[in-house]
Write a protein that binds this ligand. Structure first.
Ligand code: PLP
Length: 456
């Protein structure tokens, strides 16, 4: 069924939920914000002077307590759309039937693992371990690599973010997302340069080889990680660096070097995987490589806590021999049903194809905008995984940081949620639900055009 048909048959009256017309406010935002003093989790406050009080969602729209709707351009969790009726029904039905810890075998567990293996970038990755989040998946991936190789060193890339738990935090370097780890990085973690051929050390045609050669030097350094190398970890397309696509051939060369030293290659697909790139289901496929371990979360549960590690059986068996992995809620019946519903909807509503088509349309419109607005230095990324990098000067690439923040604030007033990302906070993060319509994409570009014409 088409996307429209699916939504129409499953939700008898979707229009009722849109609530586009502003209504009387039911919640005083000032009081709500004051009440939030008890938590540090409301991350929107770091982006906006007056963050919206979001009350409900519908497809790629979010609706606040005043009944205003926003196009959600940043939600890389709600991939199939907010409040998808098929997803909601599957989860609530399962909740009413059974939810328990993962010591029991239930069919949804086997079904989900089978379905994930069916998406595998290579048949060699045929074993799935279920957890609750991306951080846990990365922690587990690192543990698997260290147990399987019997080694300890890990190489990660600068400007990367892999999570907040101990090991995922240790391999994260993004100062913005992750201020804690800067203080004390464990000595088993080694950092290599981010292969950004727009503003990095190496640019132009030879960049892939030059970045790979830098990594080869790091591995060859007698005081470096090469002798006791357990793993190399990175995102196949670099989300936290601003949606940067590594220069073609970089990852293939790096994987070869890592394997030559006995290390394993971990692909963190928590942001980039699950069809977001449009052209491919996984980022590693876009880069033409096969990892030894792949991590996934965010999209996998469409907001319900669910993550996974996909790996080779022999690697998973090394962990099983230690007998030391158990997650109480990881892979619970409800999370498995949630995970199955997400995969079904991605397939039945052709959301990867939609990411490809709408992503191309968006890229074309943004390229046209860049011709008229010199503030746009570069449009990074692919599909619905993009970053619009804003610079004050196209030669010096001076980051337009305050401009980026002001533009996001103004876009919010105009009904679009878009946020700054990258180490320098000068990139507009574009990672919307994969059901983003062409109309919503145009709405975003038209508002951006308006704002860039001097509106901020
Ligand atoms: N890895 C990447 C690439 C991420 O972007 C994130 C979260 O932003 C994580 C891991 C951590 O995932 P989670 O927030 O689900 O723990």
């Amino acid at each position: 069924p088409s996307r429209a048909a699916a939504w129409a048959t499953l939700a008898p009256d979707p229009a009722r939920l849109l609530g586009l017309a502003p209504q009387a406010s039911v919640v005083d935002p000032a009081i709500e914000l004051a009440r939030r003093g008890t938590t540090m989790a409301a991350a929107q406050e770091k982006y906006y002077e007056r963050p919206p009080q979001i009350e409900r969602g519908w497809q790629e729209l979010l609706i606040d307590t005043h009944g205003r709707s926003y196009v959600d351009m940043v939600n890389n969790v709600a991939v199939i759309g907010h409040s998808h009726p098929r997803f909601t029904r599957a989860v609530s039905d399962q909740l009413a039937l059974l939810n328990t810890n993962s010591r029991f075998l239930y069919s949804a567990l086997a079904d989900l693992c089978e379905h994930i293996v069916a998406t595998s970038p290579d048949p060699i990755l045929d074993t799935v371990l279920l957890v609750n989040s991306g951080s846990e998946a990365v922690d587990l991936a690192l543990r698997l690599a260290r147990i399987h190789t019997g080694r300890s060193n890990v190489v990660a890339l600068r400007e990367g973010y892999h999570g907040w738990t101990s090991a995922s935090d240790a391999v994260s370097t993004s100062a913005y997302d992750n201020p804690f780890s800067l203080a004390s990085r464990p000595d088993w973690v080694h950092i290599a340069d981010v292969p950004n051929s727009y503003r990095g050390t190496h640019r132009g045609a030879g960049a892939a080889g030059e970045y790979a050669a830098d990594l080869a030097r790091l591995l060859a350094d007698p005081d470096g990680p090469g002798a006791d190398l357990a793993a190399f970890i990175c995102e196949p397309v670099l989300g936290n660096a601003g949606g940067v696509v590594p220069p073609a051939g970089y990852l293939a060369r790096v994987y070869e070097q890592v394997r030559a030293r006995g290390g394993l290659c971990i692909a963190d697909e928590v942001q980039v995987g699950y069809g977001r790139l449009g052209s491919h289901f996984w980022g590693v496929q876009q880069q033409g490589v096969v990892p030894d371990i792949l991590t996934v979360a965010k999209a996998m549960g469409n907001g319900y806590p669910l993550g996974a590690v996909l790996t080779r059986r022999d690697i998973a068996e090394s962990l099983a021999r230690e007998g030391n992995f158990f997650s109480s809620a990881g892979g619970s019946p409800v999370s498995c049903v949630a995970g199955l519903a997400v995969l079904d909807v991605i397939r039945d509503e052709s959301l990867q194809q939609n990411a490809d088509a709408v992503g191309r349309h968006l890229a074309g419109r943004l390229a046209e905008l860049a011709e008229r607005h010199p503030l746009i230095g570069m449009v990074h990324g692919l599909g619905l995984y993009m970053g619009v990098e804003l610079v004050r000067d196209r030669d010096t690439l001076e980051p337009a940081v305050s401009e980026t923040a002001a533009i996001c604030e103004r876009m919010l007033e105009l009904g679009v949620i878009v946020q700054p990302t990258s180490e320098r906070q000068n990139v507009l993060k574009i990672k919307p639900p994969l059901c983003l319509s062409r109309e919503s994409a145009d709405f975003f570009v038209d508002r951006l055009d308006e704002v860039l014409q001097g509106g901020w």
